[in-house]
Design a protein around this ligand. Structure first.
Ligand code: GTP
Ligand code: ZN
Length: 402
């Protein structure tokens, strides 16, 4: 689900926002990018770049060598050469916060734009969270699909039999990214009675300890208010199998704005040259927030997901603490608390099997990955997420090119 849009669209901050921008960019409340997720943490991370006359922006779309970023001046097309890297986990991606040179900074001190006057991404701010997928190439590397996601909405259709292992897989993916999973049971109108609905929700809840579960019906407009309240203000993505109702949910969340945009596209068939798609769309409503829906994200696979799998099966990990052997594999070891729980019926056999399967899947992907490259990526990712990294670098001097 992508909504095409033109530059300077109605949902980009307009003139009224620019007049407010006489306040310093670090004042997060009234910031023109507030509805795109600007908060005090982003403001702090951006502060040093503001001193350089760069503009903050959030990446709404990336394609080869170029990106679209929403800034206080609207959507700008920018080059990404200054932040180019051979590490696919570090390439600029949708959802990233960036420092841009546009040559038109408000106070006139704007850092020069790149070749040909093209705005450029000069730096990518540290990511809070990231969805990374394993690429299908032999030399497996992680490829980052979306950054700074707060909530992963996992659409699970109630129109068909629940596949709990699939739900667990998506939950593991969400935890791995650093985002909070939220399970949305879709098509609740197709469930016969309230008792059945409650039972289905309970089954899902048991498979996702600590994860909120909401039932909605897009057709009956039920549960949408609760969902809107949860996602409002944050950055969310949609995960779920084909037909789970993701597009329908996206439309419901995006509201009339998205439909208006679609109407524009439909009126001229396949779209105009001036029309570009966006992978990051603002949510209507007072709280703001955005929905990221990038190609590939919906079908993302595990990558370096061991901890995420652990969080998904937290009750198994807790039981494992009680196993006699520290390195118990919960297969046939004496004194295994996990197997004991299966025996006495407190842990469903299905759960244990699902846990093993996901760990195996993750291990397979890890084995495929060049170990050295992976260690390097991991180290850099840690670095990137470390708060205050930028400031530390400033004190140390400029960063060496990788
Ligand atoms: N009855 C009912 N049907 C729904 C509801 N939400 C979605 N559907 C239907 O379910 C089907 C699949 O919905 P989509 O939103 O296209 O699902 P999707 O997850 O985006 O599918 P992909 O694009 O293949 O990934 C469509 O025929 C929808 O009309 C609902 O709340 N109630
Ligand atoms: Zn054990």
């Amino acid at each position: 689900m992508n909504s095409p849009d033109t530059q300077g669209s109605p949902d980009s901050p307009g003139p009224s926002d620019s007049t407010r921008s006489s306040a310093p960019a670090s004042a997060s409340d009234a910031h023109p990018l507030r509805r795109y997720g600007w908060d005090s943490r982003v403001a702090d991370a951006f502060a040093p770049y503001e001193d350089e006359g760069l503009l903050p922006g959030r990446i709404v779309r990336v394609d080869r060598g170029l990106c679209d970023a929403v800034t206080a001046e609207g959507v700008v097309r920018a080059g990404t050469a200054p932040v180019a890297t051979s590490d696919p986990t570090r390439t600029v991606c949708t959802g990233d916060w960036a420092a841009l040179s546009t040559g038109t900074a408000r106070d006139g001190s704007g850092a020069q734009a790149g070749p040909g006057g093209m705005p450029e991404v000069r730096a990518v701010l540290p990511r809070r969270t990231a969805f990374v997928r394993s690429t299908s190439s032999n030399r497996s590397e992680g490829q980052v699909l979306a950054a700074n996601v707060d909530i992963a909405l996992i659409a699970v259709s109630l129109a068909e039999e629940l596949e709990l292992a699939r739900v667990e897989r998506f939950v593991a993916l969400a935890w791995t990214s650093g985002a909070r999973p939220l399970i949305v049971l879709t098509k609740a109108d197709l469930v016969g009675d309230a008792g059945t609905l409650a039972q289905l929700a309970a089954d899902v809840e048991a498979s996702a300890p600590g994860v909120e579960v909401l039932a909605v019906s897009a057709t009956e407009e039920e549960g949408l208010e609760a969902l809107t309240a949860v996602v409002g203000g944050g950055t969310c993505v949609l995960l779920g199998r084909s037909g789970a109702g993701k597009s329908t949910l996206a439309n419901a969340l995006l509201g009339e704005e998205a439909q208006d945009v679609r109407a524009i596209r439909d009126s001229d068939g396949k779209g105009r040259h001036t029309t570009t798609t966006r992978d990051l769309l603002p949510l209507p409503g007072p709280a703001g927030g955005v929905l990221i829906d990038t190609p590939g994200l919906r079908g993302v696979g595990l990558w370096d997901a061991e901890a995420g799998v652990g969080s998904t099966f937290s009750e198994i990990e807790a039981l494992a603490e009680e196993c006699r052997f520290h390195d118990c594999r919960h297969e046939s070891e004496p004194g295994c608390a996990v197997l004991a729980a299966v025996d006495d019926g407190t842990l469903p056999q299905r759960r244990l099997e699902s846990y093993r399967k996901l760990l195996r899947e993750n291990a397979r992907i890890a084995a495929r990955t060049d170990a050295r490259l992976r260690a390097e990526q991991k180290r850099r990712f840690k670095e990137m997420s470390a708060e205050g990294r930028y400031n530390a670098e400033r004190k140390r001097g400029p960063r060496r090119k990788p």
